[in-house]
Design a protein around this ligand. Structure first.
Ligand SMILES: Cc1cc2nc3c(=O)[nH]c(=O)nc-3n(C[C@H](O)[C@H](O)[C@H](O)COP(=O)(O)OP(=O)(O)OC[C@H]3O[C@@H](n4cnc5c(N)ncnc54)[C@H](O)[C@@H]3O)c2cc1C
Length: 308
């Protein structure tokens, strides 16, 4: 079932999760233990991240060597596990970086045959590795280009134009959004316009980068709505679980952690941080629900006044 249908059919708010495939050579059993645990919360779908090859420098007996390594393959395998072992809809992430458009099309065909009809199309971060484009191969630069490719396949347009009996795919396409602006964007307004470009290109819904203060999310949604983005915007949330995340999260994801929360984490013992993170998320959700209820009540009042 598609993410859009889950959103439309659900009678109450639900949570889904994002999981990361194991490191190369890693055991999938620990991931299965984790999924067994997540199943209890009845997530209608689960996202599986994707990881491009990156450049690493390794010290060897013959000096420092540059190597290109894909540390976390396995996105497709984890998707197949979710759909077939757990009957949970899988949402694989698909990247521009590290993949040619031809490889992306092959991946989409694998997904189609597996009955996976959701994808999240993101650009991927610069991993230092630029895939060489040989033999007429091409690459998607921005997520919007990737969405255009997937949407074209949904209309039966594959990269080779003279395919016989090219069957349209039927992917539900999600894209990323940044309540505190993507770090490369000059401002939030322009960044929101890039979200609109992705929706106009064929994306069906938006999932946001994590945030720790509701105000960022509501401001972002208002901005998107004001410029005509009508697609659902799903908030991306993260539980703070370790003190070191006070620096790693802002530096990696370019998001702010509110002073009250960081003070509380700094004053706590390491084993208390997870509980603080859970409480902070619960209160963020409660405030979010309250604010939505107030907004809905305001809209209803306006409608009654209009009708009177
Ligand atoms: C929900 C979510 C899931 C993610 N999952 C993964 C994952 O599995 N694997 C992974 O590697 N990364 C993942 N990321 C991270 C993401 O790949 C990075 O944040 C990346 O830097 C941007 O991705 P994007 O899809 O938003 O890119 P884009 O929409 O392409 O935007 C990237 C930047 O380019 C700008 N831009 C867009 N179009 C244009 C244009 N035409 N001209 C000039 N500038 C433009 C935008 O404003 C933005 O600053 C995820 C992010 C989110 C929010």
């Amino acid at each position: 079932m598609k993410v859009l249908d889950h959103l439309a059919q659900s009678k109450r708010p639900f949570i889904s999760f994002e999981i990361i495939p194991p490191l190369r050579g890693g055991n999938v059993d620990s991931l299965l233990v984790l999924i067994d645990d997540l199943v209890k919360y009845q997530p209608p779908f689960i996202d599986i991240t994707s990881h491009a090859a990156e450049v690493i420098y390794e010290e060897t007996t013959s000096g420092i060597q540059r190597r290109v390594k894909r540390k976390r393959p396995g996105t497709l395998g984890v998707c197949a596990l979710l759909q077939n072992k757990y009957q949970i809809d899988a949402v694989p992430h698909i990247l521009c970086h590290g993949f040619t458009r031809e490889e992306t099309e092959d991946f989409l065909i694998e997904l189609k045959y597996l009955g996976i009809d959701n994808v999240l199309a993101v650009r991927g971060d610069d991993s230092g590795y630029e895939k060489p484009l040989q033999h007429g191969r091409s690459a998607n630069r921005y997520a919007c280009d990737l969405v255009t490719q997937i949407a074209a396949m949904n209309h039966g347009r594959y990269l080779e134009q003279d395919l016989l009996d090219a069957e349209p795919s039927d992917f539900c396409i999600g894209v990323g959004g940044y309540p505190e602006k993507h770090f490369e964007a000059p401002n939030l307004q322009l960044d929101a316009r890039r979200v609109k470009d992705k929706v106009d290109a064929g994306a069906h819904y938006v999932v946001t980068q994590m945030f720790f203060d509701n105000r960022h999310f509501f401001r972002f949604v208002e901005l998107c709505r004001a410029i005509g983005v009508t697609a659902p915007i799903i908030p991306g949330l993260k539980v703070l679980s370790a003190q070191k995340q006070l620096t790693s999260i802002p530096s990696t994801f370019h998001v702010e952690i509110p002073a009250g929360l960081s003070d509380e984490v700094l004053a706590a013992k390491p084993e208390q941080v997870l509980d603080i993170g859970v409480e902070a998320l619960e209160s963020l959700l409660a405030r979010g629900r309250r604010s939505l209820r107030e907004k809905l009540a305001g809209l209803e009042r306006e409608e009654v006044q209009r009708e009177a």
